[in-house]
Ligand binder design. Structure first.
Ligand SMILES: [Zn+2]
Length: 397
């Protein structure tokens, strides 16, 4: 069994699983709905070592089930000790293009194939573009990506044979352009007619955490938030574990972290008001989304779970990225620094208590060209051991 239908989030009308961008009756957003009565979380013996092990709960499983997902969940003992908590890191940088967006691309491209599209288009600040370009390359589909022109030198997608357009403006403008193209081309659009199916990939992080913790869940999850999709889909994943009868306790508290220069979710949270669009002014490219599509769902997920949404000042982010690397050996992109900044804030305020078991989602790698929030400084020395000793302040014997 796979995803059986689409359901309108507003009027709850059921639709057949098909490439639609919005509910034909009320124009509300649509989500994939499953018949969970027959579904199993994990396939039987020999289930794929990838997110496709959950194919009962995903739309259109492809023929190639080897990747992405099933990323490591690792202990961070030095960080745990420093913070007085039990911290685990979910290493999404272990995906094929080094970010959690490979999960979105996998569901998007698998569904594009099922629907018979030969071209997939997306708007992206970088990570999604690379993931879509790579997945399309693997499947022999054309990829057309729309990136903010300012981010272009940082986007490695031409290597995958994708068609790349550098758009004047930011991500939100690219998304609007994607919507306009959707009325003109018979393609799959990750922000349009593939959106509901694409987003489903993100919830598999929740299933993996549950499996990797031996059928249990942490007290809290901290993750970066841009469109709000990840937080909303983590909440959905945990809710589905409940519907499957696998988990009866309250789900983990969900904490979302935003960069101080682009905090539409955090501002709405702090002021307890509806979301409003902001103009991004952040160095964290992957979080520079001023008009978050899953914003209301993300705020709701934080509230219902007992979590919150935190903004991290821009000037702290590079130091937090370095702090993570220094105390865990994990070099995250600057979105990871944002998540760590939020974690420190939450521990300081007591929202995350001593002894809590916490999973921090490392959504992308610092090795991405746009990942650096940390300036790399090196000391130059000659090929000479005495020079190294001198630099270390140790006298040669
Ligand atoms: Zn509707």
């Amino acid at each position: 069994m796979s995803g059986t239908s689409l359901r309108c989030r507003v009027c709850e009308r059921e639709l057949p699983l098909a490439p639609v961008s919005a509910c034909p009756a009320c124009h509300g957003p649509v989500d994939v709905a499953y018949d969970l009565t027959e579904a199993r979380l994990v396939g039987g013996d020999g289930a794929p070592r990838s997110m496709w092990r959950y194919s009962d709960l995903l739309p259109h499983p492809p023929a190639d089930l080897d990747t992405p997902g099933l990323t490591p969940l690792v202990a961070a003992p030095r960080l745990s000790e420093a913070l007085g908590i039990e911290l685990l890191l979910k290493l999404e940088d272990a995906n094929p293009t080094h970010s959690f967006k490979d999960r979105i691309a996998a569901t998007a491209v698998a569904s594009a194939r099922a629907y018979g599209f030969s071209t997939v288009c997306c708007a992206s600040t970088g990570n999604l573009a690379e993931a879509i370009a790579a997945r399309c390359a693997a499947n022999g589909l054309e990829a057309v990506v729309l990136c903010p022109r300012g981010d272009l030198p940082l986007v490695p997608v031409p290597a995958y044979g994708a068609r790349v357009f550098g758009v004047s403006g930011g991500f939100d403008d690219c998304r609007e352009l994607e919507q306009q193209l959707e009325s003109l081309f018979p393609w799959g659009f990750v922000g349009g007619n593939l959106h509901a199916v694409a987003a489903e990939g993100a919830k598999t992080i929740a299933y993996e955490i549950f499996e990797q913790l031996g059928a249990s869940l942490p007290d809290a999850i901290v993750s970066p938030a841009a469109s709000g999709m990840l937080v909303a889909k983590l909440a959905q994943g945990f809710a589905e574990l409940g519907e499957l009868g696998l988990w009866r306790e309250p789900p983990p508290r969900l904490y979302a972290a935003q960069a101080g220069g682009c905090p539409p979710l955090a501002s709405a949270w702090a002021d307890d008001r509806p979301l409003s669009r902001v103009r991004p002014a952040t160095e964290v490219r992957s979080l520079a989304i001023g008009d978050p599509v899953y914003g209301e769902l993300a705020v709701g997920a934080a509230r219902v779970s007992g979590g919150s949404i935190v903004a991290v000042p821009e000037e702290e982010i590079a130091a937090r990225t370095a702090f993570l690397a220094e105390l865990s050996g994990v070099f995250a992109d600057s979105a990871g620094g944002v998540a760590v900044g939020a974690l420190l804030d939450l521990v300081r305020s007591g929202a995350i208590a001593k002894g809590d078991r916490v999973v921090l989602v490392v959504t992308g790698s610092g090795l991405k060209p746009y990942g650096y929030g940390v300036s790399v400084t090196a000391e130059e020395v000659d090929f000479d051991v005495d020079a190294v000793l001198a630099a270390l302040g140790v006298a040669p014997s």
